[in-house]
Design a protein around this ligand. Structure first.
Ligand SMILES: NC(=O)c1ccc[n+]([C@@H]2O[C@H](COP(=O)([O-])OP(=O)(O)OC[C@H]3O[C@@H](n4cnc5c(N)ncnc54)[C@H](O)[C@@H]3O)[C@@H](O)[C@H]2O)c1
Length: 255
């Protein structure tokens, strides 16, 4: 086992790699020699990141589509296997915010959209990737969870439920695949400068109502700071770490 975080030649899938934390993660993996599947619903953004990788001498391919669609999940997995011969690392990062609404103000549309993208899609992609990792006897899965995986005051009902679900999935995988060479971890970012937006009009129970409970949120992170934690958790340097939810939040969760 090497204590290095570099991953030459490894096959890595990064979802939501067209922007923000996913983009920074894809670029960092590629810089370290990994071959990267850039998965995103935004084709132009994904192609731009893939070009950025190849321009700097790295290897990347794109897999485009909405990850709520099982066919897209299958396409992402097939792309990694056909282009790079397997799946060493899966980074389940794509996600959206909610409208910061309380449960009584959360409609079915919002609930299903947020749970579909933030929780069901990562579950399905993990389910599709696992047979390949099991066949290889190794694999690392990293989720982008959230401060909203750790507390009830960081977002609305749908987002908080989706990200607590990701924390549970991270731990379940760590236990059930513990003896199969597969590790599962998550980062829990605090506020991070990306393109993510509250996805609807802020509800009456939005940030104003949550403010007294939020604590001191600290300084926002750069996407690269989240990427560094993801690449570490996926690396052999983290070989004995599994089931961890690592806050990358300037100490917010410690307040
Ligand atoms: N930025 C923050 O403050 C923050 C804090 C905590 C957690 N997070 C989490 O970080 C992750 C990445 O978000 P970000 O802040 O980089 O946002 P971002 O909006 O900059 O990037 C998200 C990317 O995901 C893609 N995406 C969204 N829905 C998709 C779908 N259905 N199928 C495929 N791709 C899809 C988008 O096109 C976009 O390129 C999310 O899971 C988010 O919940 C962000």
């Amino acid at each position: 086992m090497s204590a290095s975080t570099s991953s030459p030649g490894r096959s890595v899938i990064v979802t939501g790699a067209g922007s923000g934390i996913g983009r920074a993660t894809a670029l960092l993996f590629a810089q370290e020699g990994a071959r990267v599947v850039i998965a995103d619903v935004d084709e132009a953004a994904a192609l731009a990141v893939a070009e950025e990788v190849t321009r700097s001498g790295g290897t990347a391919v794109t897999a485009i589509g909405d990850l709520r669609d099982q066919a897209v999940v299958d396409e992402v997995t097939a792309t990694a296997v056909e282009e790079f011969g397997g799946i060493d690392v899966l980074v389940n990062n794509a996600g959206i915010m909610d409208s910061m609404s309380a449960a009584a103000d959360t409609g079915d549309d919002e609930w299903e959209r947020v749970i579909g993208i933030n929780l069901t899609a990562p579950f399905r992609l993990t389910r599709a990737a696992l047979p390949h990792m099991l066949a290889a006897g190794k694999g690392a899965i990293v989720f982008t969870a959230s401060e909203a995986s750790l507390r009830g005051s960081a977002a609305g009902a749908a987002y908080t439920a989706s990200k607590h679900g990701i924390a549970g999935l991270t731990k379940s995988l760590a236990v059930m695949y513990r003896d199969k060479g597969i590790r599962s971890n998550a980062i829990a970012p605090g506020g991070t400068i990306t393109n993510i937006r509250v996805d609807a009009d802020r509800g009456a129970h939005g940030p104003g109502a949550l403010a007294p409970y939020m604590g001191n949120v600290g300084s926002p992170a750069r996407a690269q700071e989240q990427a560094a934690a993801i690449v570490f958790l996926a690396s052999d340097a983290a070989s004995n770490i599994s089931g961890a939810i690592l806050p990358v939040d300037n100490g917010w969760s410690a307040v």
